[in-house]
Design a protein around this ligand. Sequence first.
Ligand code: F7E
Length: 322
Amino acid sequence: MPREHRILITGASGFVGAWLVRELEARRLQRNIDLTVLTVGHGEASAFTADISDKSQAVALIGATRPSAVIHLAAIAAPADARRAPDRAWDVNFRGTMNLAYATMELAPNARFIFAGSSESYGASFIEKAGAPIDEDTALKPMSVYGATKAAADMLLGQLAHDGLKTIRFRPFNHTGPGQTEAYVVPAFAKQIAEITAGLRAPTLSVGNLSGFRDFLDVRDVVRVYADAALGSLRPNIVGKAFNLSSGRPTQIREILDLLIELSKLQVDIEIDPERLRSSEVPIASGRNEAALEAFGWKPQIELRDTLNDVLAEWHLRVKSR
Ligand SMILES: C[C@H]1O[C@H](OP(=O)(O)OP(=O)(O)OC[C@H]2O[C@@H](n3cnc4c(=O)[nH]c(N)nc43)[C@H](O)[C@@H]2O)[C@@H](O)[C@@H](O)C1=O
């Protein structure tokens, strides 16, 4: 008998959540699968709202939805927000994950629990490995509040796998694409470029630290593997395991900026804005992605240049329609 999928997405109204909902809806239409997408988030687009940091709300949510898979994206996702409000970041990112995971074990014990962790969990390990792409056995040594909350949740789920939780832990590296807010580097630059193009801003770009290297992905590549993890067959060697989502190719932020400027064909000055600098960050973050390839046949497909072009196009439209 074909399986019935009831996929609960937390953080469904966020940047990644919106793309994931689109991916799942497209698969339902293309492949004619029995799939119900249950969205938890803010605003009208989401069917459910819940404060997952409150245990009783997490229990009520799982009880009401009885999912076959939970894809847990809800988080305080911007490292700067986590630094500003560490207690809230721990409440949502750690306690929220714990509440949902225990509620799933209790009320939907056959459901898979798919977790969006973060490469930020590796922290100082990136420095120790001197920029070489790291694998999933590398120690989690978070340096930021955000990284610590995600590393703790990641470890919690690793432990709960031994108690029977069918969890899959992803550790995505930086991902971007249309719909991301200007709190993140690519839209931060793209928005200013669009404003300069429209004559709404002097031709000077405000930037933060350009020297770091990050392993960038397109959000549309990332949600593909989340959907596969929820819908595909669950081999025992996947349960409880952690998977980097990365390209293995670090790109300097300076190069991202240069590419965006080149694509926009503008002449601009660059100005460092101290407000955009962070007190500490790793110089190079890059991950090996063989485990995700082996387990899910996944590797990134979208070229960085195409992603940047799409983000630029989005901001040109947004600025024009203001
Ligand atoms: C893996 C991780 O990825 C994301 O967190 P993030 O790394 O903070 O992402 P971002 O795109 O804001 O920064 C990337 C780099 O870019 C530098 N940078 C320069 N100039 C500006 C600038 O003007 N703005 C920003 N935001 N960054 C700048 C900045 O110093 C940093 O080195 C989240 O998805 C998070 O959830 C997550 O898990």
